[in-house]
Design a protein around this ligand. Sequence first.
Ligand code: PAF
Length: 299
Amino acid sequence: MKVVTSIAELQSLIATLRAEGQTIGLVPTMGALHEGHASLVRRSVAENDTTIVSIFLNPTQFNDPKDLERYPRTLDSDCALLNECGAQIAFAPTPLEVYPEPDTRTFSYPPTDSVMEGARRPGHFNGVCQIVSKLFMYTQPDRAYFGEKDYQQIAVIKAMVQDYRNGRHDDILIAGKPADTSWAQTLTIVPCPVIREDNGLARSSRNTLLTPEEHDIAPHIYRILQESKTQGLSVDDTCQWAIDQINAIPGLEVEYYSIVDGDTLADVHSWDEAESIVGCITVYCGHTPIRLIDHTRYK
Ligand code: PAF
C-alpha cells in the first residue's frame, strides 16, 4: 500500500489509474481505525479496482477543541490494518495541505443537518461537508463508503451530493486548479451496516477512551433501544421509555433521543407517519464524559 501525503501526488496517481480504466472506491476516515472501518475498506476492495482510504482528523468539524485534542491518533497501526484489508492507497495529508487557506464555503440542508447532532454541534456538518467535498474533488471516486453508525452524517452527505448534482459550483482551487465537481454526476454513496462488539456496543474510535467500567455499561444503550421496540407504546412514549431506562443506569445520561423519518430526519409522532423510521441517540458515558452515538431502525 502506498502512503501519500500530497494532493498533487494523489491526483497524479489517480490520473494514471483512470487512464487504465480503473474504478475508484473512497473510504473517508479520521484514523483510529477499527473493525467498523475495516468492513468499509473490505467492501470497497471487493467492489472497485483501487481503494483509497483517507486518514485526516478534520479540524473544521470539531466544534469542541477538547474533543479534537483527545481524539486518538494511531497512523502506524491504521496503515497496518489498511494493508491487511487490501487498500492500495492511504491518503494522509496535513491540515495545511487540505486548508492552505480557511475554507469559507457553507453548506445547509435543513432539516437533515439542523436537527439532532446539527442542533447540538454548531458547524459540525458544515465541516464534514467541507472535507468530504474536497476529498471527492481530489479523488473523483466512483463509490464512497460511509458507516451507518453516523446515520445522520450519511443523510447530510447524500443531500450535499444532490446539491452538486444540481449544479452547485465551488469557486476554490484544488492543487492550483479550479475545483472539478463532475464526480457528483456518477458518484454512488454506499452506506454500510454498523459493526458491533459481541455485547452490542457499536464500534467507534471513541470507545478506546472508555475506562473498563464505562465499557461495561455502554452496551446497555443498544440493548435498551432494541427492547424499546417490543413495548407496544406510541412513538412519543417509546422515546420517553428509552430515555428513562438509559438514565436509570448510573454513568449514562441521554443527551437526546429522537425518533425520526429515516430519510428526511424530521421528527415523527406516529408509526404510520413515514415508510422508514429510525431512533437516533446520543448518550454521555462516564466521568470524562465520552459522548456515544447510536441508532436503531423501527421500520
Ligand atoms: O465519519 C468520519 O469519520 C468523518 O466525519 C469523515 C466522514 C471522515 C469526515 O471527516
